[in-house]
Design a protein around this ligand. Structure first.
Ligand code: NAP
Ligand code: ZN
Length: 354
């Protein structure tokens, strides 16, 4: 089969590979639409997870089941399915402990375009199919379905990690598609004030549609100064980090109230250490907590998030700025993600028209 791969750090290209083998609990899925992710860029161009050779990229897609193993109960050939970017082994101790995303080791639930071939391929292998597939709701747009793989679950997890409560003042650092979904999730969880931090007008406008109340341009003046001014020197209850590099924790600590909580979903692609400022961390005694997490996967969560779309609580299509058509457009979509033109939030590649 054909796939678009990371040839090595810094190099991508089309390759040919064997069609994956479908084990008794697995499924093979033919992608109907795929989306490139910022994480693919960290992986290829920053070497964020180390060297990989001829690994097919991509972890965001929806598709049609073309093969199921003998033990798979709830899915059959021809079913249209949602698949999360993280595909845990559900029969593990880590899953039983509530951290299925780390089943088999730290971050090991992240298999696509990490430890096995990803979804920019003609066929995709999904382990533990009954746990990792969900039926695509009737009539759901394929591009929107792709947002359920990663952007929505990650953005929503950011709001969970930050433990958003009714009336909270929340700062969200970085409003690419993940931060935008975190904005929507923060609003759904009942935050009182949502201050989004980024630099692009387009992102600010979409964030306002998802519930942002204030915008801060980090390129105009230091973020901490702007947030402290907006909050009359009080700071914020919660910070969500969905952009920036390891130095962003410094800013987060500075604007966080004592007892506040940071929810990080950012993939720190480079640098050795995360910097925590000693004084703003109350010399270690400010009860300021940091929670960082890989998004959870799984069928139940896919179904719950899909329900929010089906019943009109959220519309992820607002952030799909580019729709390309045809399997061979994957290369162009990834390049868009890398070059990030001013009018881009999230591209999708529709492989088969609806
Ligand atoms: P994105 O499109 O690159 O968005 C990040 C945004 O943050 C950009 O608009 C960027 O602006 C902005 N930014 C950079 N420095 C900043 C600063 N100092 N303050 C405020 N904003 C700043 O990325 P995304 O697709 O939304 O993804 C966000 C992160 O989540 C990525 O690191 C991605 O790899 C990660 N991720 C994690 C998971 C998980 O499971 N935890 C899953 C998916 C993705 P500029 O473009 O101007 O720099
Ligand atoms: Zn992703």
């Amino acid at each position: 089969m054909k796939g678009f791969a990371m040839r090595k750090i810094g190099e991508v290209g089309w390759i040919e590979k064997e069609k994956p083998h479908c084990g008794p609990n697995d499924a093979l899925v033919r992608p109907l639409a795929v989306a490139p992710c910022t994480s693919d860029i960290h992986t290829v161009y920053e070497g964020g997870i180390g060297e990989r050779f001829d690994m097919i990229l991509g972890h965001e897609f929806c598709g049609e089941v073309v093969e199921v193993g003998s033990e798979v109960k709830d899915f059959k050939l021809g079913d249209k399915v949602l698949v999360a970017a993280i595909t845990p082994e559900w029969n593990t101790k880590e899953a039983q402990a509530g951290y299925a995303m780390h089943s088999g080791g730290m971050l090991a639930g992240w298999k696509f375009s990490n430890v096995k071939d990803g979804v920019f391929a003609e066929y995709v292998h999904v382990n533990d199919a009954d746990g990792n597939l969900a039926h695509m709701p009737e009539g759901m747009d394929y591009g929107v379905a792709c947002m359920l793989s990663d952007m929505m679950p990650t953005g929503f997890h950011a709001a969970e990690l930050a433990d958003i409560q009714f009336g909270d003042v929340v700062a969200i650092f970085g409003i690419g598609p993940v931060g935008l979904m975190a904005t929507a999730a923060t609003a759904l969880k009942g935050a009182g004030r949502i201050i989004v931090v980024d630099s692009r007008e387009l992102a600010f406008n979409i964030a306002k549609e998802y519930g942002a109340t204030d915008v801060v341009d980090f390129k105009k003046a230091p973020t901490e100064d702007q947030i402290m001014e907006l909050t009359n020197g009080e700071g914020v209850d919660k910070v969500i980090i969905a952009g920036g590099d390891q130095r962003i924790f410094e800013t987060a600590m500075k604007v966080l109230k004592p007892g506040g909580r940071i929810g990080n979903v950012n993939y720190l692609g480079s640098g050795e250490y995360v910097q925590i400022p000693r004084v703003e961390w109350g010399t270690g005694m400010a009860h300021k907590q940091i929670f960082g997490g890989l998004m959870p996967g799984g069928r139940l969560r896919l179904e719950k998030l899909a329900r929010l779309i089906t019943f009109g609580k959220i519309d992820p299509s607002k952030m799909i700025t580019h729709r390309l058509e045809g399997f061979d457009k994957i290369e162009e979509a990834l390049k868009l993600m890398k070059d990030k033109p001013a009018n881009l939030i999230k591209p999708v590649v529709i492989i088969e028209k609806q």
